[in-house]
Design a protein around this ligand. Structure first.
Ligand code: ZN
Ligand code: FE
Length: 243
């Protein structure tokens, strides 16, 4: 298996745009909020951008589509159920579709909840999951369009992936999420340890993403909710939490 690099491009206040270098010199851009930092990073790293992978229609995930496509001629791949809202969409994908990048197969998972058509891309051969705003470190995306039932199904799908999977989510929300998680499970030892670790990382100005799915299974109160009702209650509590 050739080595795979995923480059992080910070954008806006707390977005992460990912450049998935699936073959040497070739990359797919995941959720480009903006174009300039992506084009600049591609130049600096000597990457040809061949694809954009969008997880959902929110502007902080598709804002760079048009300019990146115009500059690179790349193919835009995005959620079929939001096809009308993805700028420059070339290929609409849904659950069960496969996006092949070099030697890597990306399995499309339908995870509608944060938005109704949200998808995630899982590349088993790269141990990588690009999940947009569905799953965050110790958190999950707000329910803008879907129900708690939808979120329960989406998080259940992600929980079932191999625990060593590296999760590349789209925002650095980790510290605030950790504070809420501790309010739910104050005696969770792995959670307490992780909170200290991410506090130190952020104090040093480091990113806390990606992280392993196994860490989420041990510390994420949304993944750990046993029922739809429990998940709904935690999501509602998080929406108004002031840590
Ligand atoms: Zn979003
Ligand atoms: Fe977002």
């Amino acid at each position: 298996m050739p080595e795979v690099f995923v480059h992080r491009v910070p954008a806006l206040a707390d977005n992460y745009i990912w450049l998935f270098e699936y073959a040497p010199g070739f990359a797919a851009v995941v959720d480009p909020a903006v174009a300039d930092p992506v084009l600049e990073a591609a130049r600096r790293l000597g990457l040809r951008l061949t694809h954009i992978l969008n997880t959902h229609w929110h502007p902080d995930h598709v804002g760079g589509n048009d300019r990146i496509k115009a500059a690179s001629g790349c193919q835009v791949v995005g959620p079929a159920r939001e096809a009308g809202r993805i700028p420059g969409l070339d290929r609409a994908v849904d659950e069960g579709d496969v996006v092949r990048l070099g030697d890597h197969d990306g399995h499309v998972l339908f995870v509608g909840a944060h938005t109704a058509g949200h998808v995630a891309y899982h590349f088993p051969s790269a141990d990588a999951l690009f999940c947009g705003d569905t799953l965050f470190a110790m958190g999950c995306g707000r329910l803008f369009e879907g129900t708690a039932q939808d979120l329960f199904a989406a998080l259940g799908k992600l929980s079932a992936l191999p625990p060593e999977t590296r999760v590349f989510c789209a925002h650095e929300y980790t510290l605030a999420n950790a504070r809420f998680a501790l309010s739910v499970e104050p005696d969770n030892a792995p959670l307490k340890a992780r909170y200290r670790q991410v506090q130190e990382q952020r104090a040093r100005g480091e990113a806390t993403v990606p992280f392993r799915l196994a860490e989420e299974l041990a510390t994420n109160p949304f993944l750990r909710a046993g029922t739809v009702e429990e998940l709904a209650e935690r999501r509602r509590a998080k929406d108004v939490f002031r840590g």
